[in-house]
Write a protein that binds this ligand. Structure first.
Ligand code: G6P
Length: 367
């Protein structure tokens, strides 16, 4: 049925493993595989006229928004800003006349996000949402609903909703680029081809489960852990750290790889594991050099990269998780899987209540 664990120990495990399927569903809502183009629902923002996009969300959905910033800037050359919903209203946002506001939410009921939506509406913005629950308050109050097809998510720690949000946002940013004339048909076709490969690559990434479970036995003993990434991988470092603290109660921090040397490196010693999100992209060498700075201080580096990346730089790391190579801009979708599994198995090793972690709620309806 829709809401049983289908043989998995926890809803979270079931939802992690559903990702190839729900990601494929979400892609099919946007992509025409025969023409290799992205279609958007009718009546969306006039991206050609849009002068600014304000993206707002909470928690995991906020990190999806952070990834989309890199996409909208690169493909659509669209000025975009992103903030957490609980802060947006406390700033004097310089709203523009042709501004759009995009709200990302799994539940569609998060009080902070809804309040931020109403604030953007009061300031004359066109309102769109990437939302999972179609009959929710946020869906009702938005002008435009961008679909995502994650299906019901029961585990409090968001997993499949996050990757489906990423897929939706990637498609919206690609279409925005085409409409604004900043992405060529050729570039669109390359990206769509890569998107269509993602469900298979996510299945591939899931095959590292057993290896990650073994690594998690050591991670479970740590009192603190860092995650680092650069560019589109930076928000995945943040999401990895959030997932770990939510369900394993281990203190975790995500950092931009280049910021590590500006403070947190002081904490590195042989007891502090550091997860390095390092897909093979233009930033690979720099991220590896940050990893080596950690290793030089006896930090335990866990490298997450593709086969070639690990062969090139992973020789002396404490551990490595092989993750399939994809289009470098789309790597966040695939690289989310190992950080989800690492959090999951760390929590099951510790024996915490994975689906109902202490103090957390699936949907937070107070500000
Ligand atoms: C809660 C949940 C998080 C979620 C956040 C935003 O804090 O525990 O997992 O990311 O709310 O929820 P939303 O439904 O708006 O995406």
């Amino acid at each position: 049925g829709l809401v049983d664990k289908e043989g998995h120990r926890h809803f979270m495990a079931k939802e992690i493993h559903e990702q190839p399927e729900v990601i494929a569903h979400t892609i099919s809502r946007y992509v025409d595989p025969s023409t290799k183009t992205v279609r958007l629902p009718n009546g969306v923002f006039d991206f050609a006229k849009l002068d600014r996009l304000t993206v707002t969300a909470c928690g995991t959905a906020y990190y999806a928004g952070l990834v989309s910033k890199y996409w909208f800037e690169k493909w659509a050359k669209l000025p975009i800003e992103i903030d957490v919903a609980s802060e947006l209203r406390y700033r004097d946002v310089p709203w523009t006349k042709n501004g759009g506001a995009l709200f990302i939410s799994q539940s569609g009921e998060t009080a902070d996000t809804l309040a931020a939506l109403r604030d953007a509406r009061a300031n004359g913005q066109q309102i769109a949402t990437v939302v999972n629950v179609a009959e929710s308050s946020i869906a009702r109050e938005a002008d435009i609903i961008f679909p995502m097809a994650a299906g019901p998510e029961i585990g409090v720690a968001s997993t499949k909703a996050f990757t489906c949000q990423l897929v939706s946002l990637a498609c919206i940013a690609i279409a925005a680029g085409r409409i604004r004339g900043t992405l060529t048909a050729e570039e669109e076709s390359v990206l769509v081809t890569s998107l269509l490969e993602i469900p298979r690559l996510v299945s591939e990434a899931l095959k590292q489960s057993d290896k990650i479970e073994t690594i998690a036995r050591d991670i479970a003993k740590a009192t603190g852990i860092f995650y680092i990434g650069r560019g589109v991988s930076y928000p995945i470092a943040l999401e990895g750290a959030l997932k770990l603290k939510e369900i394993s109660y281990i203190h975790a921090e995500g950092y931009a790889a280049g910021e590590l040397k500006h403070g947190p490196i002081a904490l590195i010693d042989e007891n502090l594991p550091i997860v390095v999100i390092a897909p093979k992209d233009a930033h690979f060498e720099k991220t590896v050099s940050n990893m080596q700075e950690v290793m030089a201080r006896d930090g335990k580096a866990l490298m997450v990269s593709c086969k070639d990346g690990i062969a090139e730089a992973g020789g002396k790391t404490w551990a490595a998780i092989e993750t399939p190579q994809t289009h470098p801009m789309l790597a966040p979708i695939v690289y989310t899987v190992p950080v989800q599994l690492l959090a999951y198995f760390t929590a099951t090793t510790k024996g915490t209540d994975v689906d109902q972690p202490r103090n957390l709620a699936k949907s937070v309806t107070v500000e």
